[in-house]
Design a protein around this ligand. Structure first.
Ligand code: UDP
Length: 314
């Protein structure tokens, strides 16, 4: 039986990855320190013999007994308000945490995949973003703690690959959505769904003309799985190229939730908020024969089902 360690296991992406590798028949070891993760995302796995959970901060030395075939490093605060609240932890998990996991991979002979991000492109001057674009990041801005941690993470991962011959994979994840996003995490989709369900103002930042491209979580997990099993060690974008403005996105959520009290309000644009973002996924298509299958219309319906259950209306 293959054994896989997944860090950030109780988070949005980590918990979906745990489910996927349980389905694949692997022995899954989930690790999290729960600073932004939610244990209820993985509680359904606790009764299973092939699932183990370790409460641990990967910025500290990581010990896992037994063999490990694969490591997926997904631990990190991932929403802009989280990394503003936890700048030091964000820097540490991307740097020290990654170093610890690379060391673990080296000692166990594991293949390691690290979760990088479209944030390495910063506020991009090239559109759409291809993997060979180096980015436009403000290292000392409020988002710098996340962006630079992830850029360092890519650099140290490449160094372990070239210097130690470690089997490494790097996925650059673009905006992803689906069930288990934290209601209060501040990202645009949980914000808009919870506001629409409660009949409040949907907080559009700036004029709402900035763009994003949203990928449904199941598509992302499939892309990650294919990348893990591939023999390609350079970064690969995984995301859905269907790009919309934040204002259009607000309108889609408003018409889906259809709450007559919900409306749009305008809040100031956060510092260094990227003006446009869209993945170029030619590489993933060619290399992994992967492209997203779930349309935004379908993905939003599935996600709405989840938020209906978890958003309290009072
Ligand atoms: N945004 C917004 N209202 C919100 C939260 C976010 O208009 O309540 C905007 C934000 O300014 C950004 C986009 O939505 O342009 C996506 O923000 P998110 O925090 O989801 O992720 P990002 O792509 O910026 O990391």
């Amino acid at each position: 039986m293959k054994r896989i360690l997944i860090t950030g296991a109780a988070g949005f992406l980590g918990s979906h990855l745990c489910d996927r590798y349980i389905k694949e028949g692997y022995h899954v070891i989930g690790m999290d320190n729960l600073i932004t993760g939610n244990i209820s995302n993985i509680e359904h796995l606790f009764p299973l013999k092939n699932f183990e959970y370790y409460h641990h901060d990967v910025s500290k030395f990581v010990h896992v007994p037994g063999k490990l075939d694969y490591i997926l490093h997904f631990a990190s605060p991932a929403s802009p308000i989280d990394y503003l609240k936890m700048p030091i932890q964000t820097l540490k998990v991307g740097s020290l945490g990654t170093h610890n996991l690379l060391g673990l991979a080296k000692s166990k002979g594991s293949r390691i995949l690290i979760a990088s991000t479209s944030e390495v492109y910063g506020d991009p001057l090239v559109h759409p973003q291809r993997e060979d674009y180096w980015g436009n990041v403000n290292p000392i801005g409020p988002r710098g703690v996340y962006d630079e941690a992830k850029r360092f993470q890519e650099a140290i991962t490449m160094a372990y690959h070239t210097f130690h011959g470690l089997e490494t994979r790097i996925v650059r994840i673009f905006n992803t959505y689906g069930p288990r996003m934290r209601v209060e995490d501040g990202r645009v989709l949980p914000a808009f769904f919870s506001q629409a369900i409660r009949g409040e103002g949907l907080t559009v930042f700036g004029e709402g003309d900035q763009t994003r491209a949203f990928c449904y979580v199941d598509d992302l997990v499939e892309g990650i799985h294919r990348l893990l099993l591939s023999d390609y060690h350079l970064p690969v974008n995984i995301g859905n190229p269907s790009e919309i403005t934040i204002m259009q996105f607000a309108s889609e959520v408003l018409s889906l939730v259809n709450n007559p009290k919900a409306h749009i309000i305008y809040n100031p644009l956060p510092v260094d908020d990227p003006k446009q973002r869209q993945p170029d996924i030619s590489l993933a298509k060619k290399l992994l024969n992967w492209e997203p299958k779930v349309s935004r219309a379908e993905g939003l319906i599935r996600t709405y089902e989840y938020f209906k259950k978890v958003v309290s209306v009072n």
